[in-house]
Design a protein around this ligand. Structure first.
Ligand code: TEU
Ligand code: CA
Length: 540
């Protein structure tokens, strides 16, 4: 691991600023709140914070609709607060990774306000327009949050393309003026001392709407290599691209070790498994465990030496993993720790989403308590299509993005210590039992288990450098794999379900050193208890 790839041994923590810590009593998390909590994050041992957007935004999609990339939205604070966060974080040995939403802007961005004035406006071609007749969109493409992907603008007698909400018009990346403005903005943030960028839906910046192609267009890697040359390669940055269309093949380009594009991508092949084939995430299906193992095995083995994996279960768009694929009732702590072990033992850069380190769970609110545009649009759309309300709510409870967006649970005081005001979204009612204060000093807590995992990655090179070999591929309950390093191996064994099983592979782990286990009682290690997870260090 050469020095300028610090991120190969790093652990990244995602902060969703709106829900992390409110410091001025308006019920919305803010930058000063994050500064107050840097000590907690340094104690956890993380190396960088990925900050979801805090730029100027009308908040139609909670800040992923940006109206000024170079200013901070007053609800989160000021540009001075942002510069102070970058500086204070550095004092805590933490880098700040900014979230760059480059596929689209807000429709309130000055570029769009100009663009829609006339076809001859110099900013018109910053966006994707098609001539048309009102009421007859260019094609039947739909937008991610429902409805048509085409919106009519009478002033220019044209439709504009938007893959997300109507208030998120797609940028036209074929236009070199757009690319130049974006690169100048990125470099401006680099000069402010940020440690990297997370690139929102980056494989969608190259698209061919006339062919109904929404991502991985022919010029994608040309754009990424140009962006990397013009900006990232001039600094010592981590860059991670969100790529819902990533495959192990194109991921080798995205995360080429030669540094020509990005450091790594967020791929989602494992994330889409518990939904019915060819349908939406709302159409629930049980997790195909063997398929999960096959996918992780493929990503780990194919990117070893030819790319770099991000490792995550959670983010601000996903339900919380302990409720989704763990057991958040009688085995919440055990299953949260098992899922963390499974992930952190693999090769790649692990991401911890705020509250994951506490075993925070999903919520089951009534529809009026949800805030997310995606949930609200889907509720109306499915109701109009005749779906049973109870089925719609079951889908929202299982997969709604607000599961990840309820306020961070700091302690058992009112509103879990998140705010002195009225929170913008209700706090999960289980905050009295699940909160940071009750875990930070408990050596057996989920928090301290995560802290140990983070520490192991720093202590043993094999975590970052070792190869990966899946074991027991056909076992329906156990996820086990071997990591082979220069001088030592890791053996990771996870019982994914609430069964009690004979522990396999004893002949190989016999002489190993137990590095971590999510059960305190070590009296009989020949048995794997429900959700039991272990990592052994074996000499080569
Ligand atoms: O998400 C991209 C995206 O496609 C997800 O919204 C996903 O499709 C959906 O959440 C699951 O059904 C990124 C951001 O992470 C997300 O928060 C934004 O809403 C979206 O882009 C638009 O910027
Ligand atoms: Ca606030």
């Amino acid at each position: 691991i050469n020095k300028d790839q610090w991120w190969k041994k790093a652990v990244i923590y995602q902060v969703y600023p709106r829900s992390f810590q409110d410091s001025n009593g308006d019920g919305i998390g803010d930058i000063n709140g994050i500064i107050e909590r840097l000590g907690y994050l340094e104690d956890l041992g993380i190396d960088a914070i990925w900050l979801s957007p805090v730029y100027q935004s009308p908040q139609d999609d909670n800040g992923y609709d940006i109206s000024d990339y170079q200013d901070i939205d007053p609800m989160f604070g000021t540009l001075d607060d942002m510069e102070r966060l970058i500086k204070e974080a550095k004092n805590h040995h933490i880098r700040i990774i900014m979230d760059l939403v480059l596929n689209h802007t807000s429709d309130e961005h000055r570029w769009f306000l100009e663009a829609k004035k006339s076809k001859t406006n110099p900013y018109h071609d910053y966006y994707v327009w098609r001539d048309g007749v009102e009421g007859t969109p260019p094609n039947d493409m739909t937008a991610c949050f429902g409805g048509s992907a085409w919106e009519w603008v009478p002033e220019v007698q044209q439709y504009y393309f938007h893959q997300f909400s109507v208030k998120q018009p797609d940028l036209n990346w074929d236009n070199p003026k757009v690319r130049r403005e974006i690169y100048d903005m990125i470099y401006w943030w680099m000069e402010k001392g940020v440690g990297g960028f997370r690139l929102d839906v980056i494989d969608q910046i190259a698209k061919e709407p006339d062919k109904k192609i929404t991502n991985n267009g022919p010029r994608l890697h040309e754009y990424l290599r140009e962006m990397s040359r013009e900006t990232f390669q001039k600094g010592d940055l981590i860059t991670v691209g969100e790529a819902w269309g990533a495959t192990t093949e194109n991921a080798k380009q995205f995360s080429n070790p030669d540094g020509s594009e990005l450091s790594m991508v967020f791929q989602f092949e494992h994330i889409g498994l518990d939904q019915q084939e060819g349908k939406e995430k709302w159409d629930l299906a049980p997790l195909p465990f063997l398929k999960l193992k096959e996918i992780w095995n493929r990503w780990q083995t194919e990117l070893n030496r030819f790319g770099w994996n991000s490792l995550f279960w959670n983010n601000h768009d996903l339900p919380r993993i302990v409720s989704r694929w763990g057991n958040d009732k009688e085995y919440r702590a055990e299953s949260a720790k098992m899922l963390a072990t499974l992930l952190h033992g693999m090769q790649g850069t692990p991401y911890i989403y705020q509250g994951e380190e506490l075993g925070m769970t999903n919520v089951q609110y009534a529809i009026e308590d949800y805030r997310d545009i995606e949930i609200r649009n889907m509720y109306q759309e499915r109701l109009a299509k005749g779906y049973e309300e109870a089925d719609i709510m079951r889908s929202i409870h299982a997969k709604g993005r607000d599961n990840a967006r309820t306020p961070m649970q700091w302690d058992d005081t009112e509103n879990a210590g998140f705010t002195q005001g009225i929170p913008w979204i209700k706090v999960n009612p289980n905050y009295r039992e699940i909160n940071a204060e009750s875990q930070v000093n408990d050596p057996c807590s989920i928090y301290n288990y995560y802290k140990k995992l983070v520490g192991l990655r720093k202590e043993y090179d094999v975590f970052a450098e070792g190869s990966f070999q899946m074991l027991l591929q056909d076992d329906e309950d156990i996820f086990a794999y071997l990591r082979q390093g220069e001088t030592e191996n890791l053996l990771v064994i996870c019982n994914f379900y609430d069964k009690t099983l004979k522990c396999p592979l004893q002949e190989s782990w016999g002489e190993g050193t137990l590095l971590i286990c999510n059960y305190e009682d070590r009296s009989d290690m020949s048995v794997l208890r429900p959700y039991e997870a272990r990592i052994y260090l074996l000499q080569r």
